[in-house]
Design a protein around this ligand. Structure first.
Ligand SMILES: O=C[C@H](O)COP(=O)(O)O
Length: 253
């Protein structure tokens, strides 16, 4: 953790969840109240649930976000959703550049930077994802890849208020594998230094989340690492008990 930065525990439901999942969301948001003094909570459900999800958490100290947005406000882009549409549904954040989008939809750093700007245009916080593949790690390229991604995906106008960085080693996503605490510390210290060099002082309070197989049993160790300011959680954000177990670790740091 970075002293004085409130941790953010963000859940990404990916392509999971139907309207029957809203009761689980309600349990999460209500349960999160006990940690809300020390941490921020967010769930990014599928777009189909956004509007009802926002209504479900209304009045609770808990936010809702989108999983992606188009760079433009509107237009002939079948199947796409703009940041303005997410905001209209009650979203406060949007994830951009998740490795599954980069792989499945061929998104480049340049595309991700455009999406971050679109998020800000709509008044949303952009959660910009970066991370190395297994091959890149094994080739000793991790830090170089992270530098390139920070440089290409994070626009100069990024601040600690409009942007969160999520470091997600691709090989750790959904695999049950995690880097060692030392490896996480090295990556996050490198990211802080890169952000500082790019953005100056405003990088000091920018949240850098760790993502990739975070669960209640490893959350305390990962969240204790310097410069880890919260978590982006996939699988373990689908169940209230698991999500709240991670929130507890964040609040007790
Ligand atoms: O966005 C979330 C990440 O991809 C992590 O997913 P995971 O916790 O299931 O490994």
């Amino acid at each position: 953790m970075t002293p004085d930065i409130r941790p953010l525990i963000a859940g990404n439901w990916k392509m999971h969840g139907t309207r029957s999942s809203l009761s689980e969301l309600k349990a999460m948001a209500e349960g999160f109240a006990q940690y809300a003094g020390n941490a921020d909570g967010l769930i990014c459900p599928p777009a189909t649930l956004l509007h009802e999800a926002a209504a479900t958490v209304r009045g609770l100290a808990f936010s809702i976000g989108g999983q992606d947005c188009h760079a433009e406000e509107k237009g002939a882009h079948t199947g796409d959703i703009s940041a303005e549409m997410l905001a209209d549904c009650g979203a406060a954040h949007v994830i951009v550049g998740h490795s599954e989008r980069r792989t499945d939809h061929g998104e480049s750093d340049e595309t991700v930077a455009k999406k971050a700007r679109a998020a800000w245009r709509a008044g949303l916080v952009a959660i910009i994802c970066i991370g190395e593949t297994r091959d890149q790690r094994e080739a000793g390229e991790t830090l170089r890849v992270l530098s390139r991604q920070i440089s290409g995906s994070v626009p100069d106008e990024a601040t600690a208020h409009n942007t969160v960085i999520a470091y997600e080693p691709v090989w750790a996503i959904g695999t049950g594998l995690t880097p060692t605490a030392d490896d996480v510390a090295e990556a996050h210290a490198h990211l802080r230094a890169e952000l500082r060099q790019r953005l100056g002082e405003k990088a000091e309070r920018m949240r850098i989340l760790y993502g990739g197989s975070v669960k209640p049993s490893n959350a305390a160790e990962l969240l204790a690492v310097p410069n880890v300011d919260g978590a982006l959680v996939g699988g373990a954000s689908l169940k209230a008990d698991d999500f709240l177990g991670i929130a507890r670790a964040a609040a007790q740091r």
